[in-house]
Design a protein around this ligand. Structure first.
Ligand code: ZN
Length: 453
């Protein structure tokens, strides 16, 4: 295994390192950022995404909880209805942020969950219980999907599951098994995916456009183009892994320290800037604007700042828009952003805060109508207001999630989830018996209707 901190960085892969940093930091704060790396075979995307597991920070969970229940707001069927005192009595533990992988050949049961056969066939106390799959187990962590384009083609049902996980923040996963009431479980997990668009079955956006759009950041990977970069790539094979453990754990500790995503300010001038981009360049959905805002906040935090700057937006915009607009539009957007470098800097330094412009502030609070027919609110102001509300709702949902991120907040985010804690897990009607104890007739027909022979 290669130490993550010593993987050679060059122009062709540096964006992926940055995107993963952004995603880990955000996941650590309870907000997933989904990352898709596209590139030819041999560009190292899978190596980087798997090695990033080394630098994942720890999370604190209810002791022994497979679902990684947050001690302050447990969500799993076992802990959801316990009182804070009962949770305290169980205690907490620190575990490394979960990292689970699903492949295009994964079974639905292993990815999502299935009936726990061991408990079902326990002669002493048979009961139908849920065995969580990789996705619910990855709660508060990372789900890695290699060759996601193949998964989208060969396992459309798994692609549907990912759509549920990535559709809202938090997402959800639904487990349906014969004999069990369907259970929906909230999942806050960042999906990292890799694909080679030049190999069969082609780019993800051509196979499952909806799934492609769910990725907040898409990174194009390229091979090293300079000879010295190739030399550095080759050098990493000679390194001893253990020697780098201190710097790896230092890296993980950085993510653990910085959980202040919610406190990073997004200046009003920049909200107006991205709102203008949404209108002028015809982005298909507000998801792009949300992704710019969220990832630029993580970018600022990584730089040690508590306020987003234009440079953060310039840095994340290519990754946010790569799969959402055509290349010509992307270039125009980037030129547009570059041209704002001087004006936005001047504008933002003059502001004291997001509400320093009284008119914008009034618009923010939806008082436009109250201002009368001569209202100065332009359509742009109203749009800015709508986008700000949407983003505030998103943060509100997350803030609600941080207080109690169980099913209630999932429902609030439109996931339509039901509460797993409300579902009674019941034993089968009869005591389970080993198959070898059954008569041939029972085996064929069951006990109710003996076969007439
Ligand atoms: Zn739990």
């Amino acid at each position: 295994m290669r130490p993550y901190t010593r993987l050679a960085r060059h122009q062709g892969n540096s964006s992926l390192f940055f995107a993963l940093d952004v995603s880990i930091l955000s996941t650590s704060s309870g907000i997933p950022i989904h990352v898709h790396a596209e590139g030819l075979r041999g560009t190292g995307k899978t190596t980087i995404m798997r090695s990033a597991r080394q630098i994942l920070p720890p999370i604190t969970r209810v002791r022994g909880c497979l679902y990684n229940c947050h001690p302050d707001h447990p969500h799993c069927p076992v802990h959801k209805h316990m009182t804070p005192e009962e949770i305290r009595a169980i205690g907490t533990e620190k575990v490394t942020m979960p990292y689970l992988e699903i492949t295009h050949s994964s079974k639905m049961g292993t990815a999502v969950g299935s009936i726990d056969l061991a408990r079902l066939t326990n002669p002493a106390r048979p009961e139908a219980a849920l065995l969580p799959g990789a996705i619910p187990l990855a709660h508060r962590g990372i789900i890695f999907v290699d060759e996601i384009n193949r998964l989208a083609e060969t396992s459309p049902e798994l692609a549907d599951v990912l759509l549920g996980v990535m559709g809202t923040k938090p997402g959800y996963v639904k487990v349906e098994e014969t004999g069990l009431v369907p259970v929906e479980i909230p999942v806050i997990a960042s999906v990292w995916a890799a694909s080679n668009p030049d190999e069969e079955p082609g780019p993800l956006e051509d196979i499952r456009r909806q799934l492609s759009d769910r990725f907040d950041l898409v990174v194009g990977m390229a091979r090293p183009s300079q000879a010295e970069d190739v030399v550095r790539v080759l050098e990493e094979f000679s390194e001893e892994f253990d020697a780098y453990l201190p710097e790896i754990s230092e890296r993980a500790a950085l993510f653990e320290r910085d959980k202040r995503m919610g406190q990073v300010r997004f200046p009003d001038a920049l909200t107006r800037l991205i709102a203008g981009m949404y209108v002028d360049f015809g982005f298909e959905s507000l998801r792009a604007v949300e992704a710019i805002k969220l990832s630029s906040k993580a970018s600022a935090l990584l730089e040690g700042r508590d306020e987003v700057e234009l440079e953060d937006i310039i840095r994340v915009a290519p990754m946010v828009l790569r799969h959402r607009v055509d290349p010509t539009t992307l270039n125009r957007v980037l030129e547009h952003l570059s041209s704002k470098r001087s004006s936005v800097a001047a504008g933002s330094t003059g502001q004291k805060g997001p509400n320093s412009d009284p008119h914008t502030s009034a618009c923010n609070e939806n008082r436009c109508e109250a201002r009368g027919a001569e209202d100065n609110c332009s359509p742009m102001d109203r749009l800015v207001s709508r986008i700000r509300d949407k983003l505030r709702d998103m943060q509100g949902g997350r803030a609600g999630a941080s207080r109690r991120p169980g099913m209630g907040s999932a429902r609030g985010m439109g996931a339509g989830a039901s509460s797993p804690g409300d579902i009674q897990l019941t034993a089968p009607p009869r005591i389970a018996r080993p198959l070898t104890d059954l008569s041939l007739i029972e085996l064929i027909k069951g006990e109710e209707e003996p076969l007439r022979i």
